[in-house]
Design a protein around this ligand. Structure first.
Ligand SMILES: *Cc1c(COP(=O)(O)O)cnc(C)c1O
Length: 484
């Protein structure tokens, strides 16, 4: 079969369509002018951070822009973004954001993203972009050495910690060749403080029917290694299949670091896979004085770590490291006929061979550019600064009537106001409500064993002593306003 139209009229049609579609390739002068406007808006945004709010409670969504056939004015679009994005919800770039796990978003990272998008490097496969894949693989090698993994360990840059944890769990499942019929006998050992994305990953990995043992924690919210050993022995003698231990190198709730070395002992003795969720805490390994609490992390089989937290990069960058490279490949490697030209993996492993992704954002560039541009020194200093800021806050907050949780292992801690009488939970909820309505700082909360706690997470590269003082002043004011 062939096309019915005469070829001349086909050419005419193609020309017509080109005249309409070629507006998608904008001219150099237009590019420069659009960038100028966008950069000007981002400059105003950044310059406004110190005096601006850390939180805008969502109120008016009165400006909805529909997707239409015809183009819209660029300035109008920038305006729209200012009101709907810059001025709504948490300002995650603010140094006064102390909720969840902030990071900030280094500007060099934004430049890296910009360049990655303009070049549109295909960072999923070595054949398609050897340079991009090599750069990302070098970052993986650097992460492995930072974590004390051997030179032949491997990993993948993911969109975040959740996917990193999922990739590790899938790898562990495939490494042990666990069949679906065995899932219900498999046992996974977690602390009640494990991040919920680990539960989610287990379910996505098909292991929702497996047994999850909540290992008791101590008064510092760290996993009790003796209790872990007892549970494993019990499960073994009951004919179950102890499979996986997940330890935390910095929990989200309180920043607690589990006794990783003892967990590694248990994993080794009983032949389990040992995974460490270091999404929040991992980069504190850059601070020499903190290294001892992470002892044993190097003995794990896999770990998750988030550069969009500890390296202050913008959201969308996590990493999974796996000691046994072949286990990673075994769980993810596929051949596709239409990719036959790309099967040139003699040189380097491609991200698509060790992750669920194929076409992939060149997300490593933001990390590489930032580490190269600044060097490691300021990162080490910033991370150590966060630790001391948190410790300082821990002391100060007790002088204004608050009780505190355990002394922080890292840069997250919990605290709550002690009322003279009445319900402590309700009062602290009101304090947090006041903080959110005010918006000049942002704090989040958690509930542990029925108690409502306010949480402080110091992790933004823009958070210094002044921002922390501001936080203390706001809390003092909140108590005055609410505690009547
Ligand atoms: C943030 C975090 C996660 C989840 O990672 P995302 O990057 O948000 O997907 C998992 N575990 C811990 C301890 C975290 O702090």
């Amino acid at each position: 079969m062939n096309i019915a139209e005469p070829l001349e009229s086909v050419i005419e049609k193609i020309h017509l369509l080109q005249s309409r579609s070629e507006v998608l390739s904008i001219s150099s002068s237009t590019r420069v002018s659009l960038m100028k406007s966008a950069t000007a808006q981002m400059e105003a945004f950044l310059e406004g951070l110190p005096s601006g709010k850390a939180y805008h409670s969502v109120s008016n969504w009165n400006m909805e822009l529909t997707i239409d056939e015809l183009p819209k004015d660029f300035e109008l679009l920038l305006d729209h973004l200012k009101t709907t994005i810059e001025q709504s919800g948490i300002n995650a770039a603010s140094g006064k954001h102390f909720g969840y796990i902030p990071g900030g978003g280094l500007y060099t990272g934004a430049i890296g993203d910009f360049m990655a998008a303009v070049m549109n490097a295909y960072a999923g496969m070595f054949f398609a972009s050897p340079g991009a894949v090599h750069l990302e693989n070098n970052l993986i090698t650097w992460l492995c050495s930072l974590m004390g993994y051997p030179a032949d360990a491997f990993g993948n840059l993911s969109s975040g910690g959740s996917i990193a944890n999922l990739t590790a769990i899938t790898t562990a499942r495939e490494h042990f060749q666990i069949k679906a019929s065995e899932f219900a006998q498999c046992v996974i050992y977690l602390s009640p403080q494990a991040h919920h994305c680990v539960h989610k990953a287990l379910r996505i990995a098909g292991m929702g029917e497996s047994i999850i043992r909540m290992v008791p924690i101590d008064s510092h919210f760290r996993m009790n290694a003796n209790a872990l050993t007892t549970l494993i022995m019990e499960d073994k003698s009951n004919g179950l299949k102890p499979f996986l231990i997940v330890g935390s190198a910095g929990t989200t709730d309180t920043g607690a670091v589990d006794p990783l070395d003892s967990l590694a002992d248990a994993a080794e003795k009983y032949g389990l896979w040992f995974h460490v969720d270091a999404a929040y805490g991992g980069f504190f390994m850059l601070v020499d004085t903190l290294k001892p609490i992470f002892k044993g992390i190097e003995r794990s089989d896999s770990l998750a770590i988030d550069p969009h937290k500890g390296l202050f990069l913008s959201y969308g960058l996590g990493a999974v490291l796996v000691k046994n490279k072949n286990a990673m490949l075994k769980a993810h490697y596929y051949k596709a006929n239409y990719l036959q030209d790309a099967e040139d993996d003699r040189f380097e492993i491609s991200p698509c061979d060790v992750s669920p992704e194929l076409t992939k954002h060149f997300r490593g560039l933001r990390m590489w550019l930032s580490l190269q541009f600044f060097g490691l020194q300021p990162f080490r200093a910033a991370l150590e600064e966060k630790i001391w800021l948190c410790r300082y806050f821990y002391s100060k907050i007790q002088t204004i009537g608050f009780e505190v949780g355990p002394y922080p292992d890292l840069s997250v801690m919990i605290f709550r106001f002690i009322p003279a009488y009445g319900d402590g939970n309700a009062l602290n909820e009101r304090i947090l409500h006041f903080i959110h309505e005010d918006g000049s700082i942002f704090l989040s909360s958690t509930r542990i064993q029925g108690k409502f706690w306010i949480r402080l997470a110091v992790m933004s590269f823009r958070t210094h002593l002044a921002e922390l003082q501001h936080c203390l002043e706001k809390l003092e004011l909140a108590v005055k306003k609410v505690n009547v």
